[in-house]
Write a protein that binds this ligand. Structure first.
Ligand code: UDP
Ligand code: LCN
Length: 801
């Protein structure tokens, strides 16, 4: 267990409050004067800044610093409660009495109870259900440095290599057990029964190395198989003599003195993963006509690219291991009979660009067992998931002819189903969140009842907590997704403690220092999103269509605005027309910026222009807003809005065309979990201005590979963009520098090749870890099982179907 150093700011604050009562009163009364029970970090910052105008010293006092460090304040007539985030995921709670200025530290439970009290208008439940997973974490190994968060596998390799072999002899024995268990559909791999002890293993390796050293490096495994079998070795060590020697050499090194590096290198060669199930139940999951529909955005793009990359990597590794098995990847999703021109009513769909990966669709059924014909929003699918898991399991086993070796969940619903399937089939579970709704919507936990009718967050957050805790490992796209930044709370971190008054209070729901977290960022399909500077790869035949899209006349029901001045560069944006994407915000900023309107045109690809074509309330509301903005700011000659969905090759060529004309891409979201469009635009060499809330903050190095903008400060954002174009006018090399920076950044960090390689290694290391530590986590699973039965199930059932 790590011990935390107490927050030195607290005694300093207590002393300040005692010694400077009148200043303290002034600050506190300023906060009360805001007349809001809850103040967020930005409110507290603004408050200190405002107070500093009269008294410059305030920001530098213990109180000013504490308010800067606070993530939130909860205030009633007598008390101010503060939640201080000392560093990533390390919190202190305290309260200050408004009369006496006494300061006490309080527990997280007390802090949450006070918030409940305020949110419910006085209701206080001292016996309310508290969820606390902390006691179960005690036995587990945790990281201690915030810089190590998201690098769980490195930590495990270090722990494994030292711990395994500390326990005299036991480690070797476990490694032997692990190597003996590998088989594929009844065929033994790696070791056969001739090797029954560690001594026999060492001896066998030494003996096998003698003839192996004599054979030419490229001698194929088939010519070596008989001899190796006589020493106790089956297929799986390598495809030729050289590789088998290397793999055996690595194992001998490990048995002699294991190092983290040799352990990872060896494990990454063990044939463990032949079949993977990827679960994504809710949306329109398909390969055409699905993107841009409600609920179906980047997640589908991500999974299809992931499947291609991972299958390729599985195939490569199996070939290197000398095993003649075709890897299988199955994406499990929902079959939607009313498919509206998509393939979502087809049970099986091969995935283009793969050897034999498929989308396997299984319908949702209601309680009476009837198939649900229509699409259901991701916020309302909870009552169908249990039955889906059972039906999907049956179909999956039939499709694969056995169990998968890894189950990957996607988004809250897919992760819950992955959790159910993994437990039933005893297979490793990997989670990918894509976007956790909790941090997207302000007070989605505290005022959960107000959102219940539309969003049913009670069921979703409960499912999240369960799936996060059952997962063997979690893959995230960025660091901030796990642990935020110095100033902001991470998406996963926000599950550490929160309360849904009247339902339950989470005092410890998750630990971001858990080594299960790994940052493995996605990329953009390199076949589609390549630099504008590669003329031989460009899709010239699409150019007339693109010219029509950008500069053509009105398209019936599909466009608004016709660009009057063609020679200007373009600001381009493309996204689903959700409120959070803030496309209407960008249009408004542009409308209000005479300077930008002088310099550039705006091209928007989002949603539908005709509200009647939309089946989604939030989208319809945004469509109306965009039309209102066009009218209010008379944008029809300067903004081109296309309410169409672009297929990927066309989108790729469009990004490049914008780059040819030295435009930029803008991603103005209020919050963006990761932001695939940002990566796509950068891969095409387009300078990007993207939100500083979420993934883009980490993807882009400000001023080098793009720019950060604050969606809450539109004027500053437009000024930044205008300044960029001014500088490019003065010196066109400025644009080139940003374009080059974007390309370099993507190449360095965001490629599917790297993703697939990491994913395959992680799944082996976590599989090994699970095996050798015998870490079944029975108590945790029982606790979570109770939570599932007593909380999740009634909440899910209460969601109207
Ligand atoms: N997209 C597209 N055509 C459109 C709108 C979006 O191909 O008309 C794609 C876009 O290229 C990206 C994905 O949809 O690959 C959106 O992913 P992102 O991560 O940006 O946002 P999400 O929709 O997942 O929130
Ligand atoms: C969901 C989102 O909201 C995006 O930010 C991600 O890029 C996408 O999923 C893929 O993970």
């Amino acid at each position: 267990m790590q011990t935390e150093v107490p927050n030195a700011r607290i005694p300093a604050l207590a002393a300040f409050l005692a010694e400077h009562r009148s200043t303290a009163h002034r600050v506190m009364h300023h906060l009360i004067g805001l007349q809001r029970p809850f103040l967020l970090k930005s409110d507290l910052h603004d408050a200190v800044d405002e107070l500093s105008r009269d008294d410059q010293e305030i920001a530098d006092t213990a109180l000013g610093r504490a308010l800067y460090q606070a993530q939130e304040a909860a205030i009633d007539a007598s008390w101010v409660y503060l939640a201080l985030r000392r560093r990533v995921a390390k919190w202190d709670y305290l309260r200050i009495h408004l009369e006496t200025m006494d300061l006490n530290e309080v527990s997280v439970s007390e802090f949450l109870r006070f918030k409940e009290h305020l949110a419910t208008g006085g209701y206080d439940d001292p016996f309310g259900l508290e969820i606390d997973l902390q006691p179960f974490y005690r036995e587990q190994q945790k990281l201690s440095e915030e810089g190590s968060i998201g690098r769980g596998v490195e930590f495990l390799n270090r722990r494994l290599s030292s711990r395994l072999f500390d326990e005299l002899g036991k480690g070797d024995q476990r490694l032997l057990g692990f190597l003996s268990m590998h088989s594929y559909r009844g065929h033994q791999l790696m070791l056969n029964e001739a090797i029954g002890s560690v001594a026999e293993l060492r001896n066998g390796l030494r003996q096998a190395m003698i003839p192996l050293r004599r054979r030419a490096s490229h001698t194929p495994y088939s010519e070596l198989a008989n001899e190796l079998r006589s020493f106790g070795f089956e297929a799986g060590w390598g495809n030729d003599a050289a590789r088998i020697r290397e793999t055996m050499g690595l194992l001998l090194d490990i048995l002699e003195a294991p190092s983290p590096r040799s352990l990872e290198a060896f494990l990454s060669r063990v044939p463990m993963i032949f079949a993977i199930a990827i679960v994504s139940p809710h949306g329109w999951f398909g390969q055409s006509n699905v993107l841009g529909r409600p609920d179906t955005g980047g997640q589908v793009v991500y999974i299809l690219d992931q499947v291609r990359a991972v299958e390729r990597e599985m195939h490569r590794r199996l070939a290197e291991q000398g095993i003649d098995i075709e890897p299988r990847v199955v994406v499990l999703t929902r079959l939607i009979p009313e498919a509206e021109g998509t393939m979502c009513n087809e049970r099986l769909e091969p995935i283009a660009g793969t050897r034999n990966a498929v989308i396997l669709r299984v319908p949702f059924r209601n309680e009476a067992g009837e198939v649900l014909p229509h699409w259901v929003s991701r916020f309302r699918i909870w009552p169908y998931l249990e039955r889906f898991a059972l039906d999907a399991e049956r179909e999956l086993l039939a499709e694969l002819g056995g169990r998968p070796d890894l189950i990957i969940g996607n988004y809250s619903d897919g992760n819950l189903v992955a959790s159910l399937l993994s437990q039933r089939l005893d297979v490793s579970q990997c989670n990918i969140a894509h976007a956790l709704e909790k941090t997207k919507y302000l007070f989605s936990d505290l005022y959960w009842r107000d959102n219940e009718e539309h969003y049913h967050f009670s069921a979703q957050f409960t499912a999240d907590l369960i799936a996060m805790n059952t997962a063997d490992f979690v893959i995230t796209s960025t660091y901030q997704e796990i642990a935020g930044t110095d100033d902001s709370v991470g998406q996963y971190e926000s599950y550490t403690h929160f309360t849904m008054p009247g339902l339950y209070r989470v005092v410890s729901g998750l630990d971001v220092y858990d080594p299960k977290f790994n940052i493995v960022s996605p990329g953009a399909d390199e076949e589609i999103y390549f630099p504008y500077t590669e003329p031989e790869r460009r899709l010239g035949h699409l150019q007339p269509e693109i010219d029509q899209l950008i500069y053509g006349g009105p398209r019936a029901g599909e466009s608004r605005g016709v660009l009057a001045e063609r020679e200007r560069p373009l600001l381009f944006t493309m996204a689903r027309l959700d409120r959070i994407k803030n496309i209407s915000g960008l249009i408004e900023w542009y409308g209000r910026s005479p300077e930008l309107r002088e310099q550039v045109n705006l091209l928007v690809v989002a949603g539908h222009v005709d509200p009647q074509r939309s089946g989604d309330d939030e989208e319809r509301e945004q469509i109306h807003r965009v039309h209102t903005l066009f009218d209010a700011h008379q944008l029809d000659g300067q903004v081109r809005w296309l309410g169409i969905h672009l297929e990927k090759p066309l989108a790729g060529e469009l990004y490049r065309t914008i780059a040819d004309r030295r435009g930029v891409f803008v991603q103005p979201a209020l919050f963006e979990a990761f932001g695939l469009t940002v990566i796509e635009a950068m891969s095409c060499g387009l300078p990007v201005f993207a939100t500083r809330y979420g993934g883009p903050l980490e993807i882009i190095e400000d001023g080098i590979s793009g720019f950060h903008i604050d969606p809450n400060h539109g004027e500053a954002a437009t000024a930044l963009i205008a300044e960029f174009f001014r500088q490019c006018d003065d010196d066109p090399r400025h644009w080139d520098a940003l374009s080059d920076g974007a390309l370099a950044r993507v190449e360095e960090r965001y490629t599917w090749r790297r993703y697939a390689e990491r994913m395959m290694t992680l799944s082996r290391v976590y599989g090994f870890w699970k095996f050798v530590t015998n870490l079944e986590r029975k108590e945790t699973m029982r606790y979570l099982g109770m939570f599932y039965g007593l909380q999740y199930r009634p909440l899910a059932r209460a969601v109207p179907g």
